[in-house]
Design a protein around this ligand. Structure first.
Ligand SMILES: [Zn+2]
Length: 262
């Protein structure tokens, strides 16, 4: 972590040559002569409790992409702000749910446009619980267009599973990775502390419907690699807090334990 400077300065409206949409076509052509890698941050607009912004998932991957691009010289696309959601998010206030098929078509279209612009290597950097649809979108892209290139879907927490686990499983955190929790809040405090209101953070106690289901079902990110992925079921673990607490937004676990410099 020491080689990175936290918190980073946001680049979304900057002219530093990070974002595709902030560059002229001439600047893009010059970029492509030396680097045709583009990172596409994909997040969501989703309730994250009273202490975190609705765009938390998106800001996480956008800031990560910006920091990588600053270091290696690749390009970042302005993020996809609205995402696909599992069944248990339906009706959660503050959450914008895009239909699965619409979302896949949209991602595929964005990829096609970026390929046409010259970006032959695309990293779809995901920060939201839509792991089950993005691979489908990139396979649809590959089957439909059959063009050369390298297209990758990376969910950031899959790259660093040991850094998002709780202490009991060898990670740095007190509580397991779920959603709008200690883990997500801590990463947000590292990347965009200016958008967090920690005095509003509250603790919750998630519950499930089956005894010992935690041994068999991953609750987020599949970082514990349990037999049943979090999206591989309907109705097992506790629903998001937002469903039980309309108007207060969703969070789980104990985001009040979120801290800088974990
Ligand atoms: Zn989130």
């Amino acid at each position: 972590m020491a080689k990175w400077n936290f918190p980073p300065k946001g680049q979304m409206d900057g002219s530093s040559g990070i974002y595709l949409q902030n560059m002229t076509w001439k600047q893009v052509e010059e970029r492509l002569e030396r680097d045709d890698v583009i990172i596409v941050p994909v997040g969501s607009t989703e309730a994250h409790g009273p202490h975190a912004p609705l765009g938390e998932d998106t800001f996480l991957v956008a800031r990560m992409a910006e920091m990588v691009a600053e270091r290696v010289g690749c390009t970042v696309a302005q993020p996809i702000w609205y995402g696909s959601h599992p069944y248990h998010h339906i009706g959660m206030p503050g959450t914008v749910v895009v239909d699965d098929d619409v979302f896949k078509d949209y991602v595929r279209s964005v990829m096609a446009g970026l390929w046409n612009a010259g970006f032959r290597k695309q990293i779809i950097l995901n920060g939201h619980g839509q792991e089950y649809v993005i691979p489908s979108a990139i396979h649809q892209f590959a089957k439909r267009f059959q063009v050369p290139g390298v297209f990758v879907n990376l969910n950031w927490y899959h790259a660093i599973p040991d850094r998002v686990k709780d202490r009991e499983h060898g990670g740095p955190f007190e509580t397991p990775f779920i959603h709008a929790d200690e883990v997500e809040t801590s990463f947000s405090l590292a990347l965009f502390p200016e958008l967090l209101e920690m005095k509003e953070a509250v603790d919750t106690k998630p519950y499930g419907f089956l005894e010992k289901q935690g041994e068999h079902v991953d609750k987020a990110g599949n970082v514990y690699q349990r037999p049943i992925a979090w999206y591989g079921h309907v109705g097992l673990p506790g629903a998001d807090g937002g469903l039980r607490l309309p108007g207060r937004g969703s969070r789980q676990g104990d985001p009040s334990q979120g801290r800088k410099g974990f």
